[in-house]
Design a protein around this ligand. Structure first.
Ligand code: 5AD
Ligand code: SF4
Length: 434
């Protein structure tokens, strides 16, 4: 049996895809690179916004046609699977099995049942040990940086968010398990890890998140440590101190703000005011200048006034985020914000999104220009798409770096090299090898 997994969404979903691949490969299945080559196709889905869901259903439509031509097993996993459960079979009757986000290890059983001819096979149970997935099974796709789960689920209750439904309540991996996994990864050649959780900084698997960062950073041979994603209310002074003092923790912080208006934040149930958020960024002190800061915004949340939106633009400027991801509010099934009146025309929402993104582009350009002329360590990721002798790399601040090395020259994949930045655009830094 040959299988292909298509993944959408966040790093946690990517990593789930790596775990699911490992489970299938342990059963003797062979991974292939396209639907056409596969006997089993799994859609590892995201449902954070309506658009992500559309993509899944359109791919399912394509698979229905493929299935009319030849034998093919189709499975749906990930957040849409957990959200829709049996309703998925109604909308897409050609789906053979549905696997939830908290039942990953049930995959071989589900596939075996589907292969035996059972229809509408499903497991969306909440297995309490899902987060204790054995690292030896995982088949990693990203070879420059290894993803490591530290917590799953979220105990916050933001009114717009589907994640508490699709990922459940928080479960934390014991600190010793995480350290053992990182030791193993470094022994097998990884130099960079990214700790994952829907809310990493509420970690409580035997120590605080700040302590966990310190302990992981002590693993010999590890060069950079990253984490995603954080909630401002769990961002402590202790964590800020580790961020600015520990040289192995990459100088990058993604801290979602969502809105610069206290009224909107309240309706979102974000549990903080703008002043609270700014206070937390202040915890970084002078170290802040050496870090890149990024955030998420939701534009057009129900009831967002012109004044609310202007307040968001003001905070964007005040913090001068190095980068941000911004989205138009998307109503999600079963979330509390559905009850709020949402009568803002889409044209207004789109205009606001464009204004915010235009301003962010200027800020990112300014942030990138600060690198010009500097020497920075970057990790070599891949050869550039053209064969003209440039490579893609990443800086500690998570900047994309185009490294010009000249045709024919090979770079050490996955290693740190010293680059000298020669130009800045809003999307990447241009650099040469020093
Ligand atoms: N609509 C729009 N954006 C959303 N996000 C989460 N839920 C929604 C929604 N219903 C955004 C938030 C979050 C990021 C991962 O996605 O900004 O931080
Ligand atoms: Fe998408 Fe959120 Fe699920 Fe990640 S956790 S796949 S972003 S819905």
């Amino acid at each position: 049996m040959k299988f292909f997994i298509q993944t959408w969404g966040c790093q946690m979903n990517d990593h789930d895809g790596e775990k699911l691949s490992g489970l299938l490969m342990a059963e003797g299945f062979q991974a292939v690179d396209s639907v056409e080559q596969a006997d089993l196709v799994m859609l590892n889905t995201c449902s954070i916004r309506e658009k992500a869901v559309h993509k899944v259903y359109s791919e399912l439509g394509r698979l229905r046609e493929e299935k009319q031509r030849r034998p093919l097993l189709v499975g749906v996993t990930g957040c849409l699977a957990q959200q829709e459960q049996a309703a998925l079979f109604k909308r897409a009757p050609h789906v053979d099995f549905v696997l939830g986000t908290m039942a990953l290890k049930q995959l071989p059983r589900l596939v075996a049942e589907a292969q035996a001819g059972r229809t509408r096979v499903m497991d969306t149970g909440e297995y309490p040990d899902n987060h204790l997935f054995p690292p030896a099974v995982t088949r990693r796709r990203d070879l420059a940086k290894a993803l490591v789960t530290i917590t799953e689920g979220c105990n916050h209750a933001c009114t717009y968010c589907i994640v508490p439904t699709t990922r459940g309540a928080e479960r934390h991996r014991p600190c010793g398990d995480i350290l053992a996994e990182v030791h193993g990864l470094v022994a097998s050649g990884y130099r960079e890890v990214e700790l994952l959780g829907q809310n990493v900084n509420s970690y409580s698997g035997g120590c605080t998140f700040a302590e966990l960062l310190e302990r992981v950073s002590e693993v010999d041979g590890l060069e950079w440590l990253r984490f995603t994603t954080s909630h401002p209310m769990n961002f402590t002074r202790e964590l800020a101190r580790v961020l600015v003092t520990n040289s192995k923790v990459a100088p990058f912080l993604h801290l979602p703000l969502q809105s610069g208006s206290d009224q909107v934040l309240k309706r979102m149930l974000r549990e903080y005011t703008v002043a609270d958020y700014l206070e937390r960024i202040g915890f970084l002190g002078e170290g802040r200048a050496r870090m890149a800061l990024s955030t998420d915004f939701i534009v057009g949340f129900p009831g967002e006034t012109d004044q609310d939106f202007e307040a968001t633009l003001r905070v964007l400027d005040e913090v001068a985020f190095d980068g941000s991801f911004s989205f138009i509010y998307s109503p999600r099934p079963g979330t509390p914000s559905l009850r709020l009146k949402d009568d803002l025309p889409m044209a207004v929402k789109s205009e606001r999104l464009m204004r915010l993104q235009r301003r962010q582009t200027e800020l990112t350009q300014a942030s990138n220009e600060r690198f010009v002329g500097r020497q920075v360590p970057v990790r070599v990721e891949t050869r550039g798409p053209t064969q003209h002798g440039w490579w893609l790399a990443r800086s500690g601040e998570w900047k994309t770096v185009h490294l010009m090395v000249g045709p024919g020259r090979e770079l050490p994949f996955g290693e740190l090299v010293q680059a000298r930045v020669t130009m800045a655009s809003p999307h990447f830094l241009g650099a040469v090898l020093d």
